[in-house]
Design a protein around this ligand. Structure first.
Ligand SMILES: Cc1cc2nc3c(=O)[nH]c(=O)nc-3n(C[C@H](O)[C@H](O)[C@H](O)COP(=O)(O)O)c2cc1C
Length: 337
């Protein structure tokens, strides 16, 4: 998610789920062709598996960017056909491409020819006055013919005029039913659902008959949700073996040593980032969404968002922040006995 997630967030997410596929934010193909590739594409092996999401509308440029991404070790290339921001509209890619389904198919075909890893598409159900029943099916049948390995559908329209990107993530109504019908009509195509899923219970509910569910904001703003993923999906990248929601353990019920392991891994990672010339706040800014509803969480957030930004701050701020939650938890547990 542009401006939110980055490689540091993905390392953090990976401490809580080994099996979820993580995605990069959208990276524009032109930037990869012309820019600093190590800065744009470099990632840590700990993050695996990661899909590289590309923005663009030129089949040859996308194919070249996909090839470069494969060389960097990404597990999958995903094309963005859903982002409605002005920047994207001026380049006529992202959600604008819902109006050009054959061009999207040409992009998919070119990328498929360039790489041997899966090539997938993330789209909306339509834009502006399009009829989603027609627009989504038209896009999907063309990209399926072009060889897409999966379609991830953010199950609402985008309004290209009049709504901000933020409003476009909330205001157009969700239509999960259309995605379910699309799957029923295309039983052999991997179809995943995105949009408005806040909890794993909700995700499992919607997962029935689909191949995947994608969490955006919840995975960032309430990142403890990720702790339940591997219990539900014991096999990485496979919808088979999907377990019942009874296997979800609430983050509040996880043992102290679970959280100590997350803390220690993040301290070790932050130490590496600092040793490479980065700042500990580059890492900790992604961690403030953890521990929603835990006693001590206000202090945790305060330490991460203030102490971690002070000059010379080191990985010990992560230890201090976790201590605020873990000691409050111990006090609450002792009081309950
Ligand atoms: C700050 C922000 C940046 C986003 N950037 C991207 C992006 O780069 N690529 C993308 O496919 N979706 C992006 N999205 C959209 C999310 O991936 C997701 O489709 C949307 O938020 C709906 O899902 P959710 O309700 O689970 O959050 C972004 C969302 C937010 C909040």
């Amino acid at each position: 998610m542009i401006d939110w997630s980055d490689r540091h967030y993905r390392v953090f997410a990976r401490q809580m789920t080994k099996n979820a596929l993580l995605f990069t934010e959208m990276i524009v193909a032109d930037a990869i062709l012309r820019g600093n590739r190590d800065r744009l594409l470099g990632f840590d092996v700990e993050e695996h598996p990661v899909a590289l999401q590309l923005g663009g509308n030129d089949p040859q440029k996308l194919a070249e960017a996909a090839r470069i991404g494969e060389g960097f070790g990404y597990a999958e290339i995903n094309l963005n056909v859903g982002c409605p921001s002005d920047r994207v509209q001026s380049g006529t890619f992202g959600a604008c491409l819902m109006r050009e389904p054959q061009l999207v198919a040409d992009c998919v075909a070119a990328m498929k020819a360039a790489v041997s890893i899966p090539v997938t598409v993330k789209c909306r159900i339509g834009v502006d006055d399009q009829d989603p029943e027609v627009a989504l099916r038209d896009l999907v049948s063309r990209i399926q013919a072009a060889g897409t390995d999966a379609v991830w559908v953010h199950a609402r329209k985008a309004w290209l005029q009049g709504l901000s990107p933020k409003e476009n993530r909330d205001i157009p109504p969700l239509d999960y039913g259309l995605v379910h019908r699309l799957k029923a009509e295309n039983p052999h195509l991997f179809i995943g659902l995105n949009g408005g899923l806040h909890t794993l219970n909700q995700a499992v509910e919607e997962m029935q008959n689909l191949d995947g569910v994608m969490l955006g904001r919840a995975a960032y703003q309430d990142s403890g949700v990720l702790t339940g993923v591997d219990g539900l999906f014991p096999h990485p990248l496979s919808p088979e073996g999907h377990q019942s929601s009874e296997t979800i353990v609430s983050p509040q019920d996880l043992p102290v040593d679970y959280w100590e392991a997350v803390r220690d891994a993040m301290m070790a990672y932050a130490a590496r980032v600092v040793a490479d010339g980065g700042r500990v706040a580059h890492v900790t800014r992604h961690m403030v969404g953890l521990f929603q509803g835990f006693p001590g969480v206000r202090r945790y957030r305060q330490i991460l968002s203030t102490d971690a930004t002070k000059p010379g701050a080191g990985p010990e701020v992560i230890s201090a922040a976790f201590a605020a939650v873990l000691s409050a938890r111990a006090t609450t547990a002792a009081a309950a006995e």
